[in-house]
Design a protein around this ligand. Structure first.
Ligand code: GLN
Length: 532
């Protein structure tokens, strides 16, 4: 039977609950258990797909085409397992399915209520993750902080689960804060005590506390928390601020939290295989070289908007013993900038990531033109590929007005156009071309060199595509279409073989990169940028 670990948070947001959940999963997996992860987001949006990346950060996409919270990216990178539609549950999803059931008459005349109908739906989603993944242990992170109005129904559902399954099948980890107060120069436990009280008021008894603190707490601090929160000292775990986030799982391992969980579940404490992770920490701490990569986008003021892209760059950097310093370039600012040499003075590679809408696109096109005409390694992703095709059409093929129908609906030169099956779609949410699609790679190309295989599967998130009517013209001028989705005849990868490294893809390679296994396209981009 699947066991369930729930990770809640209190006091303040931003304590690193997601990293804690991922770290627990990593430790349990390292002991040979099959783990699966899930995140609850209490907002009413059905998924974050329609949210502004500037506010909410990146939208992560699972292989089966779910648009999810960026925490799922952390999960996948830590546990190296592909998650799916059962992994990100929002209040919006829960309400939607309850209301749909009500409309179909499935509640047989009952008055539909928060308890039991909404809570039953939440419980169903928890159990569904366990059943469909066939995991030994499912780790569920509850977004927000305990006490938020929005998360109350989730907490109530978890209370019921704790009662239904009992403590041998459920484990509650509550993340709190132990602040240091200057002046009195003390670590303070009261916020933690109060937060545990809040949780208990809602009927949930935590099994362990993970306390974020600026430095390790003392035995006496733990004893105090232990007394007030009715928990053994061993189950109170310090989560000290670290320079290298990859240290966090090891810090937890040293405090035996995974053993405490397994003991409560009555599962064997098998040996933990953490050598590869410790090697990773060593690598990250001792990078020999460093280079600057420019990331040109319009959401750059919130770095989380490009989280998986910057993570993927770092992963490739680890392989080449190189720290990647990211030069975030605001594409709208770039439109007004005359001296690109100044902006890209120290840049060894230029990356144009995905994006939506017409704002800032001329700045991105300017950056692509700079990369192409100065022979700087270039990687374009999704919108970045579409704009690379537009730049080439305008400046090499003589199509001065080349653009996308996303920017000018009735353009005469739609190099990028709406996909045929998108034309009738009215709803914005969940209707892009999402998730895994196949791509066939042409031999003797940059793409083939990177992947070293002909058939690949990559995750997508777009509505527009390269317009095949212009393929011959671009090909005649030197562009190579090195990746194609054969089923729908869609362009997936383009490249310019006369340059050092110029490649762009319609899909999102960043979602499949892992710290110990960089994605082939990021690998080859960083290899070219570092000259290695
Ligand atoms: N806006 C473009 C499209 O919808 C690109 C999307 C993206 O970059 N994710 O096709």
């Amino acid at each position: 039977m699947t066991k369930y670990v729930f990770v809640t948070g209190g006091v303040v947001s931003g304590l690193g609950k997601g990293i804690t959940a991922s770290s627990l999963a990593l430790l349990l997996k390292s002991r040979g258990y099959k783990v699966f992860m899930q995140k609850f987001d209490p907002y009413i949006n059905v998924d974050p797909g329609t949210m502004n990346p500037r506010e909410h950060g990146e939208v992560f996409v699972t292989y089966d085409g779910c648009e999810t919270d960026l925490d799922l990216g952390h999960y996948e990178r830590y546990i190296d397992e592909e998650l799916n539609y059962t992994s990100n549950i929002t209040s919006g999803k829960i309400y939607k399915s309850v209301i749909e059931k009500e409309r179909r008459g499935e509640y047989l005349g009952a008055t539909v209520q928060m308890v039991p109908h909404i809570t039953n739906e939440i419980k169903k989603k928890v159990y569904e993750a366990g059943i469909s993944s066939n995991a030994d242990i499912v780790i569920t992170e509850i977004g927000g902080t305990v006490g938020d109005i929005e998360s109350q129904s989730f907490i109530e559902a978890l209370r019921q689960i704790q009662y239904e399954l009992g403590s041998t099948n459920t484990f509650f980890v509550h993340c709190t804060l132990i602040p240091f107060i200057y002046g009195s120069n003390e670590l303070k436990t009261k916020p933690t005590q109060n937060s545990v009280k809040d949780l208990r008021n809602m009927g949930i008894r935590p099994d362990a506390l993970v306390c974020r603190c600026p430095f390790n707490t003392s035995e006496s601090i733990k004893e105090k928390i232990s007394l007030f929160c009715s928990l053994p000292v061993s189950n109170i775990i310090d989560s000290v601020d670290v320079k290298n986030v990859y240290e966090i799982p090891i810090n937890y391992y040293n405090q035996k939290i995974d053993e405490i969980i397994l003991k409560q579940f009555g599962l064997d404490i098998r040996n933990a295989n953490l050598k590869y992770w410790k090697d990773l920490i060593k690598t990250v701490d001792n990078l020999k070289d460093e280079i600057e990569i420019s990331l040109v986008g319009k959401y750059v003021e919130l770095h989380d908007a490009y989280l998986s892209v910057t993570e993927a760059l770092k992963h490739a950097g680890y392989k080449y013993n190189t720290k990647i310093n990211i030069n975030y370039v605001d594409s709208e600012q770039l439109e007004k900038e005359d001296d690109l040499n100044k902006i890209f003075k120290n840049t060894k590679g230029i990356l144009v990531p995905g994006g939506f809408g017409s704002r800032g696109i001329e700045g991105k096109i300017k950056a692509i033109n700079y990369a192409r005409t100065n022979n700087i390694p270039f990687l374009g992703i999704c919108l970045g590929m579409q704009l690379a095709a537009i730049e080439f059409s305008r400046n090499v093929c003589g199509l001065k007005d080349a653009t996308s129908t996303e920017f000018i609906v009735d353009t005469k030169t739609p190099i990028i156009d709406l996909m045929a099956d998108q034309k009738e779609i009215v709803n914005m949410g969940g209707t892009l071309r999402l998730g895994n699609y196949e791509c066939k790679i042409k031999k003797d190309t940059l793409a083939y060199n990177a992947y070293k295989q002909e058939k690949i599967l990559e995750r997508h998130r777009h509505r527009y595509e390269f317009n095949n009517k212009y393929k011959n013209l671009l090909e005649k001028n030197g562009m190579v279409f090195s990746g194609i989705n054969e089923k729908s005849n869609l362009v997936e990868i383009i490249e310019l073989p006369n340059l050092k490294h110029f490649i762009a893809c319609q899909f999102h390679p960043e979602f499949k990169s892992r710290p110990t296994r960089p994605h082939p396209l990021f690998d080859s981009f960083i290899k070219a940028s570092t000259n290695k």
